[in-house]
Design a protein around this ligand. Sequence first.
Ligand code: AMP
Length: 434
Amino acid sequence: MSKRRFKVLRGLRDLLPEDVEKLKYVISVIREIFKLYGYQEIMTPTIEAFSLFEKKAGEELRHRMYKFIDMGGREVALRPEITPSVARFYINHMLSFQKPIRLGYIANCFRYDEPQYGRYREFWQGGFELIGSSNPEADVEILNIASTLMKRLGFSDYYIKLNHVGIIKGILNSEKVPEIVQNRILGLFDKTRYDEAIQLLKSENVTDECLNIIREVINLKGNNINQIIDSAEQYICKYSLAMEALLNLKEILSLLEKSELKIPILLDLGFARGLEYYTGIIFECFSSKNNRLALGGGGRYDTLIELFGGPPTPAVGYAPGIDRIILALNEEKIEIRTEKHRKTIVIPLSREFVPYAIKIASNLRGFDIPVEVEVMGRDLKKALSYANARNFDYAIIIGSTEVKEEKITLKDLNKGEQYKVSIEEAINMIKTSK
Ligand code: AMP
């Protein structure tokens, strides 16, 4: 009987050492931003109650969760995103803390999506959640974080697509369109299926005048911000809730401009995001060289914490998509600074010198020098050939004279030179080499 050879499941990925290095790099840049903006990193469990995510996930995500019954009979899910977990976390641990609260995370998420370019069933998100302020400066901080991250990653040409869910929702509320239908409409907008959305509104008996206004509004898009806001104002002026939302958007844009942050904004009043908990601005980040893939998304969610049983607490957040950022960096050939260190191998010339080799390696590691010991029992030639293939910089060769004289042979594999030196000298040479 042939043995089964297991493979990674569809849509899931093994990450090779070089993939992990890239992941670590992007994570390190996100963590730099946690530090710069005062976000404290937290961790939440991979598995949560299904209902935590289900409530406001949006139609599509709701059906794409890895959901199962655990052995205690609970309906649970692998997290498809982290914001609901952070809202729960805040209620469980931080209600008595002074606000604002700034929380950050790095986490793997799971969605049973159809695998395709930039879409995986397990992927990594970073995240920033600013809890406690409904002021425009909080929105501006989150937009600034999104922009700073793009800059620090080395994207020279990027933009943030921005909208405010309150504009369309405000119109639909005034027209008494039920919330469930509103969410469906925004879900269709999210997929740019505007015609279907309009059809759905027609079936809800929305007036032709309102449909025309919506058609005009969702076509407003570009970076001529003042013009777009003025046009929108003219279209929606009779809808007070929508006007309130537009005013909020205007305030945020004006603060962005006055604070001279120079964040490239593409205003798109027809843009929506799949998640249903947004109440204010929504946005996504793109590199201009590849506008197919959103490299992150976020928005304001002022009612989620209350929905989970907390007090009314405004909040706004951003989640960069780490895997897609790596794809874009690769595509644009932007340098991913992976950690480079000098590598040293210790090779005993025969088995009797193995203990000394282990001792020397351990000694070097005490000085923060990364060292491997030859553990295959190979002769010098074969061990050196391995060291060359794996790009080692130094080999420390240990034979009888070395042990007797308490010296070692240090071979510089890049220069092809070798020296008989004391351990202290070897440490010094390796540490000071560039
Ligand atoms: P979302 O909240 O769904 O917009 O997710 C935020 C970011 O996570 C997106 O902008 C993507 O960069 C990333 N993301 C979402 N879903 C996936 C996926 N299935 N595979 C890879 N990255 C994803």
